[in-house]
Design a protein around this ligand. Structure first.
Ligand code: ASP
Length: 432
């Protein structure tokens, strides 16, 4: 059986299993203590740790190879500028579509506050924009690597790789060594992916055992509009851009993105999904390492189309609930703020709500309103993260196509880069 199919089956099984527990056994102490907060929690958390463990070394080695592979600073700059521009464009169009549809559907009008159990969520303070800019440069690279601060890691690694190029012939052995290290890390990704079905099952079962349909029903207006716009953006806007700017088949793209989307959905973290996105863009879609190694981690940090969509709908929803008139200027501010906020925050679970707090305080909406949408946020987080990573990979493909670094042979081969079975080393293999 193909690995993607296997992961999909285990995901569906986890989802169903969790939902059954939620419906029939949510107060059985044994199941809660040993299964949900015991086995599922441990296996799921182990799996997320395994993925996160790969991110920093993989991005570092891959980016050094990428920059040294390009070998041309002008090209590197061009790729960066193109990617940045396209990321901003897609995020802005995502939130504009979200606001447009929400204004028409008007979720939150006649909303009964009493229907909702308020969770009283304390919103952590958002960093000021000046600090976001200053923090692009790490004062201590070791701390940046230890904390997994992606933009700082990208900054330092690019500078480091450019300087390897600048020392010329003597840097060659470093590049050779890093290429080998990169190959090893890619192998580690394969090994981790081989156990993914069980990790995905545990994450799904745990999440859905706690997320009953009862939470969604009173919020169905808000929930439905977010899901609708996420779907329109992922299958409309992004695919249109792939077709028009990238001149590649959107269907083939989506087929090859399935595993990445499942990982993003079950982990709710674009950052933790970076290893899988990187692998898929290079091995499945045929993007050259020189482009993917830079654009994928960059996108996971600054590009959040799905999150912007949630923010657009949430703004209109809360404005309706509290009967606040935002007007055109208000909406334009929301668009600008959401795009800026997506640059300054990393792709980790739940960060969308923190960004939303920034947006709300800017346009004068009550920040307590966020407590209203908290209950359904985990599920929406999973969905929007899947859209976030789809956007990252779509833009990576488009940029690569424009730079002539997309292998159409790999892109059009349905089985290229499919996850293989992992064979543990044996004595004979080493002797061969
Ligand atoms: N979880 C999202 C991501 O990692 C961010 C968010 O919307 O909260 O991309």
């Amino acid at each position: 059986m193909k690995m993607t199919t296997k992961i999909l089956i285990w995901m569906a099984a986890g989802l169903m299993f969790g939902s059954v527990i939620n419906a029939f056994a949510s107060d059985v102490v044994f199941i809660q203590d040993y299964l949900i907060n015991g086995l599922f929690y441990v296996v799921g958390a182990l799996f997320i740790n395994l993925l996160k463990m790969l991110v920093v070394p993989l991005v570092t080695f891959s980016l050094i190879c990428g920059v040294c592979g390009i070998g041309d600073l002008k090209k590197l700059g061009r790729i960066g500028v193109k990617a940045f521009f396209l990321f901003m464009l897609t995020t802005a169009s995502a939130i504009t579509l979200a606001i447009f549809i929400s204004v028409i559907v008007a979720p939150g009008k006649n909303f009964e506050m009493a229907d909702i159990e308020q969770t009283g969520y304390e919103v952590p303070p958002a960093p000021p924009l000046t600090q976001v800019i200053i923090d692009l440069v790490p004062s201590n690279p070791v701390a940046a690597f230890a904390e997994g601060n992606m933009l700082q890691i990208i900054f330092f690694t690019i500078l480091f790789a450019v300087c390897i190029l600048m020392i010329g012939e003597r840097g060659k052995s470093i590049v050779d060594a890093v290429e080998k290290l990169n190959e090893v890390m890619m192998k580690v990704v394969n090994v981790v992916m081989a156990i993914a079905p069980y990790g995905v099952f545990a994450l799904m079962a745990k999440t859905f055992s706690m997320q009953g349909i009862g939470l969604i029903l009173p919020m169905i207006g808000y929930f439905g509009v977010v899901v609708l716009v996420l779907f329109l953006h992922a299958s409309g806007t992004l695919m249109l851009l792939l077709k028009l700017l990238g001149q590649v088949s959107p269907l083939m793209f989506l087929k090859k993105m399935r595993t990445v989307q499942i990982f993003a959905f079950s982990t709710a973290s674009s950052n933790a999904t970076i290893p899988v996105t990187l692998r898929a863009t290079e091995k499945r879609l045929g993007v050259d390492n020189s482009t993917a190694s830079f654009v994928v981690p960059f996108g996971a940090t600054i590009n959040m189309d799905g999150t912007a969509i949630m923010q657009g709908v949430a703004t209109v929803f809360i404005a309706n609930v509290y009967a606040v008139e935002l007007g055109l200027v208000g909406y334009l501010t929301v668009i600008g703020m959401a795009v800026l906020a997506s640059v300054g925050t990393a792709g980790v679970p739940g960060v969308g709500l923190i960004m939303l707090a920034m947006v709300f305080s800017q346009v004068g909406l009550p920040v307590e309103g966020i407590a209203l949408i908290m209950g359904v946020d985990r599920l929406l987080d999973m969905l929007r993260t899947a859209v976030n990573v789809t956007g990252d990979a779509a833009i990576t493909t488009i940029v690569a196509r424009g730079e002539d670094s997309l292998s159409m042979q790999i892109f059009n081969d349905p089985s290229a880069g499919a996850i293989e079975a992992v064979h543990l080393p044996t004595k004979e293999m080493q002797e061969n």
